[in-house]
Design a protein around this ligand. Sequence first.
Ligand code: SER
Length: 320
Amino acid sequence: MKKILVTGAVGQIGSELTLALRERYGSDNVVAGGRKTEPSPQLRDSGPFEWVDCTNLGALNEAVKKYKIDTMYHLPALLSAVAEAKPQMAWHVNINGLYNALEVCREQGCAIFVPSSIGAFGLSTPLDNTPQDTVQRPNTMYGVTKVAGELLCDYYHKRFGVDVRGVRYPGIVSNVTLPGGGTTDYAVAIYYEAVKGNKFTCYLKEGTYLDMMYMPDAIKAGIDLMEADPSRLKHRNAFNVTAMSFAPEIIFQEIKKHVPDFEMDYQVDPVRQAIAESWPNKMDDICAREEWGWAPEYDLPKMTADMLKVLRERHARGDF
Ligand code: SER
């Protein structure tokens, strides 16, 4: 049985991935690692919880030893917009934190999952059907840390034999924990506003296409890749994975089918607009499909129906 540590377990992906891992591998076998934010009662009470800061190598090592961890899901990161506001901090968390995680996994013989992102691409990348292996010259600190991270992961596999695997996640849409400071966050916020009966003001321009994915598929990608037969993996890290591609007006129209009087206007944020324009419109994820059977379950209509159902229930309970 695996013994898993999820670092960044209180974040957008971690808060749901940890619960899914507990369901699959047994609650006692999945340690949630948080740094500062209080975990939800569900996350705290459904299995072991440990305060662990990934920028502290010693603390990370201790946690891995204490729980006899053999697999790590390493999720802490500053997202793209906040990384532009705090580039030094973004480097520290996204790179020094990852370096520490890889070092601990090398020393303790752990496997590790490391997410990269659509942010690892830039304006000189082909932005339509973005290939798995292509030009990567991002011009954001987030992108710089993601490309450096991809290379570091490949290096630790080749040089030290660490079983490190990862995907390039697109924007992740979810209904438990809000993302913080990303460029794709509008695609989450829009559902909350629709459910609250508010008008939504979008910070990206009409026509700005980006890859997106619903959380259940993001979780499936992380679990399936770590369970994949390694002999089939020609790539190890940074697999392109996508589930849908849309622009603000497309998701707005889809929500309007369920909320007919929903309204949206635009107030463009130049920082996030520039970031979005430098990212793929739609990635090609054929390598993930061929090498480990990646296939998403949710498209935009299916995701929208589920998001609205869940958020309406939460709104009725007074959660937001
Ligand atoms: N969702 C992330 C962001 O917008 C992309 O990986 O920063």
